[in-house]
Design a protein around this ligand. Sequence first.
Ligand SMILES: C[S@@+](CC[C@H](N)C(=O)[O-])C[C@H]1O[C@@H](n2cnc3c(N)ncnc32)[C@H](O)[C@@H]1O
Length: 292
Amino acid sequence: MGWGTGWGWFKPQPEPLPQPPAREFLLVPVHLLRTLNAACCDGRAEARPSGAGATRADQLSASTPTCYAPAMKFIPMTPELYDYMVRHGHNGDPLLAELARETEVLGPIAMMQIAPEQGTLMSNLARAIGARHAVEIGTFTGYSSICIARGLPRDGKLLCCDINEEWTGIARKYWAKAGLTERIELRLAPALETLEKLPANHTVDFAFIDADKVSYRDYYEALLPRLRPNGLILFDNVLWQGHVLDRNTQSDDTRALQALNDHIARDQRVQAVMIAVSDGLTIVRKRAPDER
Ligand SMILES: C[S@@+](CC[C@H](N)C(=O)[O-])C[C@H]1O[C@@H](n2cnc3c(N)ncnc32)[C@H](O)[C@@H]1O
């Protein structure tokens, strides 16, 4: 099935984009990439391929004058390196560790909880942009909500959207332990309904989307008009354990994430960056009106 068929729920449909071979970046000799990267970054050459050799990412970024040499800029993660990174990347927190342990008792579903470094990143981002009003879609047992709420001022508000009473019961317990009960409001209903019921003047500074993948784009479009200029929307699981590269996927979740990622990469209303934190995190910043 091509990109143009079977996507009736997704409007407007994206232009078909060629898909790179999965290992394309790994097969490029490193010395060549170093040369290209150096030339590109000192302005001597354009490292981004074009024409028949262009990748999907090249096409998406074809109109921007950015340097593009991806294989140079990541290192494979190992358990030891990850452990090192987490130990050095955030301060640790006994309450969050206790919550993680209690969540583990739920079994494999505990995998849904965000990673600790992701939580610290979100606290820092919320604090750095001076967020006061935040929204979370997908609360589960509360880990990410605590991290976001801690990034808000005392009189800030986090609106949490979820549909599961049992899991959010654990979240409520930990909000109380963290002294955050006043800062967080939980609405138990499908998140889209909750967003649609918000008053027209309810603006949002920071949002985190981590629930049903097929609705991510609807959440995005419902939140973006409410987001203040330079506000942030974060999307979890945007790499979907690498399945986003599978062009022949039959999975609705994977297709939804592929469509969302393509949509955001083209969306001139925002500046977005996708980073390899945990299962992939996209950070979208709404452009200010006078920015372009
Ligand atoms: C991946 S978990 C969220 C993990 C959480 N952010 C954390 O850090 O622990 C996804 C959550 O989304 C909720 N969810 C699924 N579909 C939903 C919907 N339509 N509206 C609101 N919440 C939904 C689930 O009940 C679940 O708690």
